[in-house]
Write a protein of this length. Structure first.
Length: 457
């Protein structure tokens, strides 16, 4: 996966990094609030040698003091120091508990000894550090062998302990930031893994390879079109422009002899077939063509819902001889578009759609119109499409962005080719506007027209 594909995957699954960021920050923030607060108070000793050996030069004295400071760093955290401090302050702590609260280190290259006390109480941390400042020099003096009645090393407090102004732990801001960063990273990884495991159609190359036919149209996701269903009821938009582009492409397929009777199907259900048939028919009629659209999916009729043409007799009634074709074909709009609904639902509709009567209906509509669009059932779940394809000039397969799996589109195309159907191309539907596929098809419309500049007087 290249950088461009990775960025597209993250953008397509933008909610995963955002959710990871929020959850990571919230978890670490909540965890930090549950942790006990700890305060640190520090004291600092200066380790020096006494002038009991005049023959010892200053450099040697400094090295001796540094060596002693390192030894004192171990001693000050030991049990002897802890016992003295416990007795001095009357603490309700064991020697081990207090020793664990004390740390010491020598400032590199110096004779300074830093002693740090960590405690849940800021006042007690200060008191313990000050007690160490009083008790530890005496302990060191007792342990060091005296020279001429004086200890060879002297400890002086140069930085007395104070009450800490705030806790050092938990570091709520830092922990929250780390949680947010970790969550964001996990969200990005989730988006990338999801994209690598995703087997649905996301770009024109995938759709074209699976269908073994070119992508001849892209229909963008549009909330207004979802509600109103038809392009004559919504304002100009990139979704509307997608149907106009599909119309132009269809008119030029085959050069001077474009397909006039086109069956629109899909691999599985809910891929946007009816939306494509209805709005492609409206787009063709808008350019002055005589167009008939035929509803040939008795299981899920949608023409009445989309166009409001009524749910009376229709195609199945014509095929059974109950009514004449001319009596059930309804004009829509300015009259260039004719609508043939599915009619009454029957258990033998599969046989009716494959009958010679259906072929006669198609041929009659071909003779009376420039284009005939047939809204057919999906290819894989049912078998009626194979019989219908012999009556049309070609098939357009609809595939829904991010829903249709590539293997489903491949199987649908293979099924059609086994019965010598001409797959004219595929239309990718419900494409999010911010995807690379949407950007590749058209530049779209601005959300508002540009303001007009006043002409100079």
């Amino acid at each position: 996966m290249g950088l461009r594909e990775a960025w597209s995957a993250v953008r397509a699954t933008w909610w995963a990094p955002l959710l990871g960021l929020l959850l990571g920050a919230a978890c670490l923030f909540g965890f930090s609030l549950t942790q006990p607060r700890e305060y640190v108070s520090q004291t600092q000793f200066f380790v020096s040698t006494t002038e009991v050996a005049p023959t010892v030069d200053a450099y040697s004295s400094s090295l001796f003091a540094q060596g002693q400071a390192a030894s004192y760093a171990e001693l000050v955290t030991g049990s002897r120091t802890a016992d003295r401090v416990i007795d001095a302050l009357g603490l309700d702590l064991t020697t081990t508990e207090l020793s664990n609260k004390i740390t010491a280190s020598v400032v590199p290259g110096t004779v300074l000894l830093d002693v740090t006390v960590t405690d849940s109480s800021p006042e007690r941390a200060r008191d313990i550090a000050r007690a160490i400042g009083r008790e530890f020099p005496d302990l060191a003096t007792e342990l060091e062998p005296s020279v001429e009645g004086q200890p060879p090393v002297q400890l002086t407090v140069v930085d007395a302990a104070e009450v800490p102004t705030g806790p050092v732990s938990p570091q709520v801001v830092r922990n929250t930031a780390l949680g947010a960063a970790a969550g964001l990273l996990l969200g990005v990884l989730l988006a990338l893994v999801r994209a690598m495991l995703d087997r649905t159609v996301h770009d024109s190359d995938e759709a074209s390879a699976a269908a073994r036919a070119p992508v001849i149209g892209v229909v963008l996701k549009d909330s207004a079109l979802d509600k109103q269903h038809t392009i004559d009821r919504v304002p100009a938009s990139r979704a509307v422009d997608g149907f106009l582009q599909l119309r132009n492409t269809l008119q030029h397929l085959g050069g001077d002899d474009p397909p006039r009777v086109v069956l629109v199907s899909s691999a599985v259900a809910a891929e946007g077939r009816t939306t494509v048939v209805v709005n492609l028919g409206l787009a063709l009629a808008r350019s002055g063509h005589k167009v008939a659209i035929v509803e040939a999916d008795p299981r899920r009729p949608r023409f009445d819902q989309y166009l409001g043409t009524g749910s009376g007799p229709g195609l199945t009634d014509v095929l059974t001889g109950a009514v004449d074709l001319d009596a059930v074909v309804r004009p829509y709009g300015d009259g260039n578009l004719s609508v043939l609904g599915v009619g009454a639902s029957r258990h033998d509709h599969g046989d009716l759609l494959a009958s010679s009567g259906m072929r006669a209906v198609v041929e009659k509509l071909r003779g009376a119109n420039d284009f005939v669009l047939v809204d057919a059932p999906p290819v894989l779940p049912v078998g009626e499409v194979a019989g219908l394809t012999a009556m049309v000039d070609g098939v357009v397969l609809c595939t829904r962005y991010g829903k249709t799996r590539k293997v489903q589109l491949d199987r649908a195309s293979a099924t059609l080719r086994r019965v010598d159907s001409a797959v004219l191309g595929c239309v990718v539907t419900v494409v999010p506007a911010r995807t690379e596929l949407a950007k590749a098809f058209g530049y779209g419309f601005d959300s508002a027209p540009p303001a007009r500049r006043a002409l100079p007087q």
